[in-house]
Ligand binder design. Structure first.
Ligand code: C2E
Ligand code: CA
Ligand code: CA
Ligand code: CA
Length: 278
């Protein structure tokens, strides 16, 4: 059902009941996906801003549809979070990413792999055990694993969160603050929370060339992060102009379509093999 509006067609929002049953279908589907191995991880390269070498990769989750297409995480992660399914899914993601990183390490490409972790997973009392099991099972050097957490975790973070993050770091696993600058996280939080990496949100990167205020804020974040001895990564880099700006502002690591979309592990491995040994 649609009606013509001033801006073209508008869709009526589905009734609550339709929405509930759609959610339930996705939930059921996710159960099946876990059981039948229909989840996949793609990997997006992170590159050195100066020489373009691949210095890391982010694991991004996909769910394959019956028809050969993919569901994107934004379509199913919120439902997985509400239903608690994100806990077993997240454990699978950790195991899978550690195994892949270990395989690359064996091939001589010891790049860190980062995994997105939902706040719901961190609230689960079994999280540390899942993390530890993934490391032990794979035999991966913990320094080659990085967890990307959003500002939500840190801002709403209790003392328990602080203790958990410290426990994660004691394992040797690095912590990255994803989507930095979009929430309410000021740099002062970083004094209290043990974070190794700041990931500048792609919304900033998107505007740095056209908007001088965004450019100034981004430059400031990079400078402050570096003086706090944090690593910095900028995500969503799509153009050469953006990459040059970020490099000149001192951002050491870049990620975005300019360097490669999320890809199959075998494709990323081929790219790693092509680059001269460093
Ligand atoms: P995110 O962590 O901020 O991941 C970056 C998103 O930006 C990815 O979308 C990636 O494909 C996309 N992207 C990469 N380069 C560019 C670019 O140059 N331009 C633009 N416009 N986009 C770019 P994706 O894969 O659809 O993932 C969306 C979100 O879903 C992620 O955002 C993350 O929050 C969540 N997610 C993905 N995988 C997992 C997972 O395994 N577990 C959990 N809990 N969340 C996940
Ligand atoms: Ca991320
Ligand atoms: Ca992000
Ligand atoms: Ca994001």
């Amino acid at each position: 059902t649609k009606v013509g509006g001033r801006h073209g067609y508008r869709f009526y929002t589905p009734s609550m009941r339709e929405r509930d049953s759609a959610r339930r279908r996705i939930e059921d589907g996710l159960h099946t996906a876990l059981a039948r191995d229909q989840l996949r991880l793609l990997y997006q390269p992170k590159v050195d801003a100066v020489d373009g070498r691949i210095v890391g990769a982010e694991a991004l989750l996909r769910w394959s549809k019956e028809d050969g297409g993919w569901w994107l995480p934004d379509e199913f992660i919120p439902i997985a979070e509400d239903s608690g399914l994100i806990v077993p899914i997240g454990a699978w993601v950790l195991r899978q990413a550690c195994r892949q990183a270990r395989a690359w390490q064996r091939e001589g490409h010891g790049i860190p792999v980062s995994v997105n972790v939902s706040p719901v997973q961190l609230d689960d009392p079994g999280f540390l055990a899942h993390l530890d099991a993934a490391l032990v099972e794979s035999g991966l050097d913990p320094h080659l694993l990085e967890l990307e957490l959003t500002e939500r975790v840190v801002v709403s973070g209790s003392q328990a969160t602080g203790a958990l993050l410290r426990a994660i770091r004691r394992l040797g696993v690095r912590i990255s603050l994803d989507d930095f600058g979009t929430g309410y996280c000021s740099l002062s939080y970083l004094k209290h929370f043990p974070v190794d990496v700041l990931k500048i949100d792609r919304a900033f990167v998107h505007d740095i060339i056209q908007d001088s205020e965004t450019a100034a804020i981004t430059t400031g974040i990079i400078a402050m992060a570096r003086s706090l001895h944090k690593d910095v990564v900028a995500e969503g880099v799509e153009t050469l102009a953006q990459s040059e700006f970020l490099r000149d502002a001192g951002c050491p690591v870049l990620q975005g379509y300019l360097y490669g979309a999320p890809m199959d592990a075998t494709l990323l491995e081929a790219r790693l093999r092509e680059q001269p040994p460093g």
